[in-house]
Write a protein that binds this ligand. Sequence first.
Ligand SMILES: Cc1cc2nc3c(=O)[nH]c(=O)nc-3n(C[C@H](O)[C@H](O)[C@H](O)COP(=O)(O)OP(=O)(O)OC[C@H]3O[C@@H](n4cnc5c(N)ncnc54)[C@H](O)[C@@H]3O)c2cc1C
Length: 465
Amino acid sequence: MSSGVVNGGVSFWYASDGFPEGRGPLEGDASADVVIVGGGYTGLWTAYYLKKAAPFLRIVVLEQKFCGYGASGRNGGWLYNGIAGRDRYAKLRGREAAVRLQRAMNDTVDEVIRVAAAEGIDADLHKGGVLEVARTPAQLARLRAFHAAETAFGETDRELYGAEETARRIRVADAVGSAWTPHGARVHPVKLVKGLAAAVEALGVVVHESTPVTEIRPKHAVTPYGTVRAPYVLRCTEGFTASLRGQRRTWLPMNSSMVVTEPLTDEQWASVGWEGRETLGDMAHAYMYAQRTADGRIALGGRGVPYRFGSRTDNDGRTRAETVAALREVLAGFFPQLAGVRIEHAWSGVLGVPRDWCATVTLDRSTGLGWAGGYVGSGVATANLAGRTLRDLVQQDSGQGGRTELTELPWVGHRVRRWEPEPLRWLGVHGMYATYRAADRRETVTHRAESSRLARWADRVAGRH
Ligand SMILES: Cc1cc2nc3c(=O)[nH]c(=O)nc-3n(C[C@H](O)[C@H](O)[C@H](O)COP(=O)(O)OP(=O)(O)OC[C@H]3O[C@@H](n4cnc5c(N)ncnc54)[C@H](O)[C@@H]3O)c2cc1C
């Protein structure tokens, strides 16, 4: 790796906005009405909406490090309407149910923006929509199919652009077309999570940091410093779930890595365009995602080492040199006009992947145990929908509310089998990503419109389709 690149340190977002002052750990046994494990977006949104709905509830959040230590403080800042598993939910529960889920996700983008404004959270939000570009004929075919599918799920306000219209928005090398949806906004992930944690605390929720939960069982969250007893225990630990007793094979911790450039000059921005500040993605199998930050940089992410043997997570976001080099190559491929622009910071994080790649939110009424997650790569908005849904499920179960639109969405209560034991898990995921990369290379070389068969094979093996 070239010198001068800050590596890890949780994320650039913390480097740019500062680490929070630590909140105190749990000091001995305690009781509550609801205990939430994990202080990321899911845990904090759940605490926020529950306390708003029922201010008398005693709610405790237990966070192993500090709020936003996980993906919520490291992500690409795409606040958008994608939800993992929608197509499968359409097959399992019917198209109408999946359309309701999609509409709820569209509304969720606006809901996050609304609450941020109401709570005075300045998170660099900019609702410029999501722009996805195609750079090969095979990607273009997938883009058109994707656009048609999204339209059929009720997104009638999206647009499809040819090469010229795309270039008017953004100068991406080799772009042959793009698709745009208004249902997306750029966000500074850490400003959002810090603001949310402060809002939750101001409402009277008790947040303990530096408090790892070692075991969750009905009515108990066990930590080295004491046990919190509560009728409801909600697990909001996403990519870290495997470290909890009994959860090793529940959700696979998948890595995603990012780099950020130095701030670009006005001339460099003029050569790129991107005045709409849309979040930017592509249609490669091993896809990239990017944003134009409020302070004029490009933050860009993609898959590095996808998965570590035995479901291990990274060390404060440290990222391998090969991954940084690969992301630098993606940046250079997209924007050759930016040759020589410095990468300032690289980091990684984990997201949770269920065996069938479907996000879920559940409250088991017989035990009072609940959980939400398995968002794969799209949890920034989904975590908000999950938080509101967990609120409704707890209220329904405790007799303070009935069924709501949210409790009837098809992702509620979904169960899936666990991942295979090692070494199959490691071999499967690494094989899948090696295959995706090979498929992308082949599509670039052959210039055929048909998606590589390799990628379709990898999808099937991974259980994605
Ligand atoms: C690099 C990267 C880029 C991404 N980009 C995007 C994007 O642009 N758009 C998008 O929609 N999604 C993106 N995602 C995914 C998104 O960030 C996550 O889905 C979302 O933040 C999940 O929030 P969460 O609260 O469920 O999990 P997390 O943010 O991971 O929070 C879980 C929290 O639980 C704590 N915890 C874990 N175990 C324990 C325990 N035993 N005891 C106590 N506390 C515990 C952790 O420390 C952590 O703070 C990205 C993810 C990564 C890693």
